[in-house]
Write a protein that binds this ligand. Structure first.
Ligand SMILES: Cc1cc2nc3c(=O)[nH]c(=O)nc-3n(C[C@H](O)[C@H](O)[C@H](O)COP(=O)(O)O)c2cc1C
Ligand code: SF4
Ligand code: SF4
Length: 246
């Protein structure tokens, strides 16, 4: 079983590629899955990196997960610039249960944090995804061979994740999300939000919760690009992984 969270498709794509190549099953944590493994079945966790740590829903999911029986437990963190302490945070959660990860991997992909990073050039995005595909090919071979240990480009200790987590807490306030006149009231943002943070009122999205995952799924999926976070996202473009739909 491979469990994943994916706001904009990168992790779903990585998971599906691994699942196809290893004859395994890709399961989104948004479906509240029950994890039951057959003897010797591997268990993979594939997650984006948020603020050098884990998305809050992934953190909560791992914390609530019963200690897995798997003899091969692996972590794949997708990221844009640096995974920081995300893998160490994940590992510490699993260690407390008595089953640290057997292997830690990462895959660099387009960075969906567009308040800062620019994804408006299709050629650059395509090139990043082309390189990611090569990395995924290698990852699959490593998983097939049940390689153990840390196989990450760059990672930091847990303290970096704890520091990043403080910034994440501040930045995931829905007051930073705005909607423009371009909105056509289609309701897609509300339908796709993984935390039901959006309500449609008079055919416009309203953020009904003080905090959300800040996954930016709403911003990147809006057919009119009417949702923004701060002043930079409008010029940095929208992104959805080209191979999958979330
Ligand atoms: C709120 C937020 C914070 C992020 N923080 C980081 C980060 O600290 N380091 C990094 O390399 N990428 C960061 N990213 C980029 C994502 O981890 C990366 O694009 C990931 O592949 C997205 O996966 P998905 O398409 O499956 O949602 C962030 C993205 C978001 C939305
Ligand atoms: S997805 Fe975009 S156009 Fe549709 S309701 Fe939401 S903001 Fe408006
Ligand atoms: S409101 Fe937007 S950014 Fe927040 S959790 Fe929902 S889809 Fe993600």
């Amino acid at each position: 079983m491979i469990l994943y969270f994916s706001a904009t498709g990168n992790c779903k794509y990585v998971t599906e590629r691994i699942a196809t190549a290893t004859n395994d099953k890709a399961v989104s944590i948004e479906t509240n899955p029950t994890v039951s493994l057959s003897a010797d079945e591997p268990l993979g966790i594939v997650t984006p990196t948020y603020y050098w740590t884990l998305p809050i829903n992934v953190m909560e999911f791992l914390a609530a997960l019963p200690c897995p029986t798997s003899s091969y437990l692996y972590y794949v963190g997708t990221f844009g610039t640096s995974t920081g302490g995300a893998s160490a945070v994940a590992n510490s959660i699993m260690k407390k249960k008595g089953h640290p990860f057997d292997a830690l991997f990462d895959i660099r992909m387009p960075d969906t944090w567009t308040p800062k990073f620019d994804l408006s050039d299709p050629a650059k995005v395509e090139e990043t995804n082309r390189r990611a595909d090569q990395e995924i090919d290698e990852l699959i071979e490593q998983i097939k061979q049940r390689v153990r240990g840390i196989h990450m480009d760059f990672h930091l200790p847990k303290i970096a994740g704890l520091i990043g987590g403080r910034s994440y807490e501040k930045k995931r306030r829905t007051k930073y999300l705005t909607v423009s006149e371009a909105c056509i009231g289609c309701g897609l943002c509300a339908k796709k939000c993984p935390t039901q943070a959006i309500e449609m009122k008079q055919q416009k999205p309203v953020w009904a919760k003080e905090k959300c995952l800040m996954c930016l799924r709403c911003l990147h999926h809006c057919p009119k690009f009417a949702i923004q976070y701060g002043k930079n996202t409008a010029k940095h473009g929208q992104y959805r992984n080209p191979h999958v739909t979330v």
